[in-house]
Design a protein. Structure first.
Ligand SMILES: O=P(O)(O)OC[C@H]1O[C@H](O[C@H]2O[C@H](CO)[C@@H](O)[C@H](O)[C@H]2O)[C@H](O)[C@@H](O)[C@@H]1O
Length: 404
């Protein structure tokens, strides 16, 4: 798809309207292009289409490079440095403190209010692994989430398809929002929390079904088509894989050699030129192609709170735990509503709208084991319990304490 030979010279920003830019999310556009290059009608700089494409691909590439920062490696000991050794991480923690260390305060603020729990899946409940099909959550984590759901309405909000994330989590008592919140089911009266309860297995995958909320329903054929095209064009790139998540598609480059990342960016950009109603955002070493609709994980959280009858900010404390950029939309909503807490899972400092942080899924599990209902699940002072638990990490990085 080399368009350079026939490309005209462009001097008018309107001339680069969709499809060339329509498929690129604004958060992937390099700032200099938006602010400097095409800032107004008086601009007279001539820019070739090729140069514009180069800038777009480079913007995408920069986003790809920064999408999943690696922990610093300590060459002397051939091991990753702990965040404890990193002054930048410690400085960041003063802005985004550990949710574990702030747990007493969180519980104190929640007194007399209902808690609703929202959990991202990859990187939050399961460790990040090379093969997306093997991102299993540990039985211990499953037990912890099951326990949380006994006390609080609990939802999984994932970029995966709803079916796939359910297959990993396997807990019928939870609510599930798949495809970055574009696939939600609310159904079946449930007495436990006095709300509607989702039963993912009792539903079919048809948009017309009354208990399904699928705001991107009309995009299904387009997503299938773009998936096929992406599979085809990336087939020659070693390590690249394409995952159909029903209302969005993931192009994984975690296992692609760095030298080929630019090619991945170029190919995705080229494919999206034919799909101006789709955009691309980036997650942890993944390019996520999704419909250009005003819907995201933040909107999904608002939708779920409303459908579950938990839409009173003064009476409800939503807690959202996630590790990725798409989770920022949910953190933002909680900040704007001035209720609840976003908790970012990260081992490196990141720009975030979250209030608190946790380092990894093992700390997420630790959090779920704490006595949110005021009834301690473990003997002794919470600090002592925490200190002990922190030392008890199993081989998979998850804690192996078993709930009583
Ligand atoms: O919203 P999430 O539940 O966090 O889903 C976001 C993406 O997660 C998965 O990809 C990520 O995890 C993989 C397994 O650990 C890893 O290999 C990949 O590099 C990560 O980006 C999932 O495969 C994607 O489809 C989701 O969009």
């Amino acid at each position: 798809m080399d368009m350079s030979s026939s490309s005209p010279v462009i001097t008018d920003p309107a001339a680069i309207s969709p499809p060339l830019l329509g498929g690129m999310s604004s958060n992937l556009m390099p700032f200099s292009v938006m602010s400097g290059g095409y800032s107004g009608p008086s601009m007279s700089v001539s820019v070739s289409r090729r140069q514009i494409e180069e800038v777009i691909v480079n913007g995408l590439l920069d986003a790809m490079k920064s999408s999943s920062p690696r922990k610093k490696h300590n060459l002397a000991f051939d091991q990753d440095n702990s965040p404890d050794d990193d002054p930048a991480y410690s400085a960041w923690m003063s802005k985004c403190p550990s949710a574990l260390n702030s747990f007493k305060q969180i519980v104190a603020n929640a007194q007399g209010r209902k808690i609703a729990v929202f959990l991202d899946y990859d990187g939050t409940l399961s460790p990040i692994v090379d093969d997306p099909d093997k991102a299993f959550m540990s039985p211990a984590m499953r037990g912890a989430v099951r326990n949380v759901a006994k006390y609080f309405p609990t939802a999984i909000v994932s970029g995966r398809s709803r079916k796939k994330v359910f297959d990993f989590v396997k807990l019928k008592e939870l609510y599930y929002a798949g495809s970055h919140g574009m696939d939600i089911v609310t159904s079946v009266a449930n007495s436990e929390h006095g709300t509607e309860k989702l039963h993912p297995l009792n539903t079919t995958d048809q948009c017309k079904e009354a208990n399904l909320f699928q705001p991107a329903c009309e995009f299904l054929p387009m997503i299938d088509e773009v998936t096929r095209t992406l599979v085809e064009v990336t087939s020659g790139i070693e390590g690249a894989t394409v995952e159909n998540n029903k209302f969005c598609v993931s192009v994984h480059y975690r296992n692609v050699a760095d030298k080929d990342w630019k090619t991945v960016a170029e190919l995705v950009k080229e494919v999206l030129e034919a799909f101006p109603r789709l955009k691309v955002t980036n997650g942890r070493m993944v390019l996520e192609v999704r419909p250009v609709i005003d819907w995201d994980k933040g909107k999904a959280v608002e939708f779920l709170l409303q459908s579950l009858g938990l839409d009173e900010p003064e009476n409800v404390i939503p807690i959202y735990i996630g590790d990725d950029r798409t989770d920022e939309d949910a953190f933002k909503v909680l900040r704007q509503r001035n209720c609840g807490y976003g908790i970012l899972v990260s081992q490196v400092p990141k720009e975030t709208e979250a209030f608190y942080s946790l380092r990894d899924p093992s700390e997420v599990r630790l959090m779920t084991l704490l006595p949110c209902d005021g009834v301690p699940q473990f003997p002794g002072e919470m600090e002592e319990t925490l200190a002990t638990m922190k030392k008890m990490k199993g081989e998979d990085g998850n804690l192996f304490l078993v709930l009583a």
